[in-house]
Design a protein around this ligand. Sequence first.
Ligand SMILES: [Cu+2]
Length: 687
Amino acid sequence: MISRRGFIQAGAAIIAGTVLPFEQVGRALAVPAAPPLEPFVDPLAIPPVKAPVSGTSYALRVEPAAHSYHRDLPATAVYGYDGIYPGPTFVATRGTPITVEVTNGLTAGTHPFHDSFDPTIPFNVDDGSIAVHLHGGETEPASDGNPMDMFLPGASHVYAYGNSQHGTTLWYHDHAFGNTRLNVMAGLAGFYLLVDPAEEAAIAAANPGAGLPAAGSPYLIGLAIQDRDFFANGAVDYPTMPDPGSGHMAWVPEYFANTACVNGKATPYLEVEPRRYRFRVLNGSQARFYKLSLDNGAHFKVLGSDGGYLAAPVDVASLFIAPGERYDVVIDFTDVAIGTRIVMTNDAPAPFPSGTLFTDSRADTVMNVMQFRVTLPYDILVPNPPLPATLTPIAPGVAPAGTPVRSLFLNEQAVIGGPYNDVVERVMLCNREMLYPATEQPQVGATEIWEIANTTGDTHPIHLHLVQFRLLGRQAFKSDPYWTRAMEVPYFPTARPFLTGGPTMMGRTPRPQEAAWKDTVLMHPGEVTRILVRFAPQDATAVPGTNSFAFDPTVTPGYVWHCHILEHEENDMMRPLMPQMAYAGSATTITIHANVKSIRRHHTLSLTGLLTPGQLGDACVVEARRPGQTDWRVLSTRTVSSVTTDRGRWSAKFTPGLHGTYSFRVRFHATADRTGSLSSVVKVRVK
Ligand SMILES: [Cu+2]
C-alpha cells in the first residue's frame, strides 16, 4: 500500500536529510504487505506486574521502543509504557489509593504513524502529546486523563487513583485529544487489576470448597486483543489515505486488520495445565468486535465485566466483546486430554453488525485469535477447586420510579467543508462536536436514565468516564423519522414516540453477562439503549446534590463520554461530561391543576406547554397529587408514557391508570446552554 502523500513526504524527508524511523521509510518506499503469518508460533506474552517506587508511589515512563509482533516479523517502532507493549500490569487493592507519575519521553514529529495524522480532524498533530486514562476508574477530574488534559514531551503528570470501587479489570490507555487512535495503535495500553480482599473473602465464605485464581496467580491471565495489519518489515500498516470521498486527508472511519494480536503477539499460543484458568479479556482494538469461541466446543464461564462481578457465573458458548469492554471469564481445561490444542476463534463481522469477517485477500488469521495447548503437567500442590456458585450480590438494574430521563442520540454527519471543500464525514453524539459547550451536566448524586437512540448503521460501544452504570435494556425504534426530527430541532428530542412495540421502554433485557456494572455498552443500530447512571460512587447511596466521592467531580477538566471505536471518538463522537453540584440551569417547576375526572383505561392525558426555542428539560420529573394530599408523588416512568420536548412544545402523556382529580407538577432541569422558561399549560386533553 503506497500513498502519493506518503511518497511525497518520504522524498522531502530524504532531501532534507531527515532520518525517519525505519518503518516510515519502509511504508513510503512501498514495503510489501507481510505474507500470511504462521499462527501459534509465539508464546503469549504476559506483561510484568508494575512495582512501586516506594509504598504507593509509582513512576511510569512513556517512551519509544522496538517490538516484534511475530517470530517472522522484524522489530518495529512502538510506543510503550515503560518501553514495553502492552504496558506493565498494575495490581491495586481496593481502599488503598496510589499515585502514578507519568513522564512523557516521546519526541514530537516521530510518531510511528506520522503519515496517518490528519489536520481535518480536531487537534490531530504529531506533537508527542499524551494523556493517560484509567478506563473504568472512579477517578478525580485532574487524574482522569481527560483528552483535553494532555501533556507534551519532557513534561510529567501525577495521576492519583483512589481505588475506591469494586474489584475488577480496569485498563489504562492513551487518551490525548486527536491522537488517541494513533497512540493506542502505537502500543499505549496496559492492564490495571483492582482487587477487593473483602469481596474475595465474602465469595469464599459463601462458597466453601470453591475458589477462583486470584490476581498474581499464574492461573489468572490478562488477554488484551488488538487487530493489526503488517508490512513485511514488521511495521504496522495503519491507513495513511482516507476512504475515497470522505473529505479527509488520512482519517478512516474504522480500522479493521487481518491479524488478531493478544498482548502484542500475533495469534500466540499459551501452554496450560489441565485445570481451570481465569482470563481477564480486554478488547483493546481500534474498532473490531469479537465473538470468541473455543473450537473444542467448551464454554466460557463469565464471572464479571467492566465494573465487577456478576451475581453468579454465567455460562456462554461464545463471548461477544466490543472495543473497551472487559469480561472476566474462566475456561476449564480440567478434563481436556494432555496434548490437546484448542483454538480461540472469532467470527464477528466488521463493522458490526452489517460488515464482513474478512477485510482483504490476506485476511484469514483474524478468525484465529490464539491457541491453548494443554501441555503443562498438572501441579498437584495447587488446588483446582470448582467455581463458586455465587459471586457478588448485584440486583438487576431497575430504575427507581420517577428517575429523570435524559434523551440522547448517536448520528453520522456529512457536511460540506474540509481542505477540499468537499463532503466531510464524521460521527457524532447528539450532532455536536467535542468542543461544543457541555450539554451533559448531571447533578452530583443524581440518578438518571440515559436513553440513547442510535440513528447510525453501526453498533457503537459507548463509554462514560467517572461512573460504572447499569444496562436497563434495548428497544427498536423508527430511526429515520426520529433522525429527521433530531436534525431539525435545536435540542435532543426523546425517541419514545418512535419506539416500536409500545412506548414504555419495556424492551429487551440485557444479556445475562451484561448485568454486571458496566462502563462501556453496545448500542445497536435502530435501537434505543437505556442505561441507569448514578453520579455517585459504586457502593454509595445516590442522593441528588450530595457528593459522596472522595474528590470533587465538578472541577475542571471534568470528564467525557464517547464511542470507544477510537476512530469514531476522534471525529467527533465524544462529548464533555461535566457533573455539577446543582443542575446548571435552575429547575423550572410548573404546577398544573388539571381537573381530570375521567382518565380511564383507554384514555391518555396529554399536557402540553410552550418551550422557548433552544430550551430543553435534560431531566424531567412528573409528579402528581390528589386534592387534600400534601406530598407530591413521583409518577413512575411506566405511568408517564412519554415526556417530549420538541418543536417548541413540551408535552407529558399519561397512560391509563389515573382516576379522579389530580394536580400535576412537571419539573425540568435545564442545562446551561439551554436556558429559558416554560410557559404554563396551554392544553389539557383527554382522549
Ligand atoms: Cu462509534
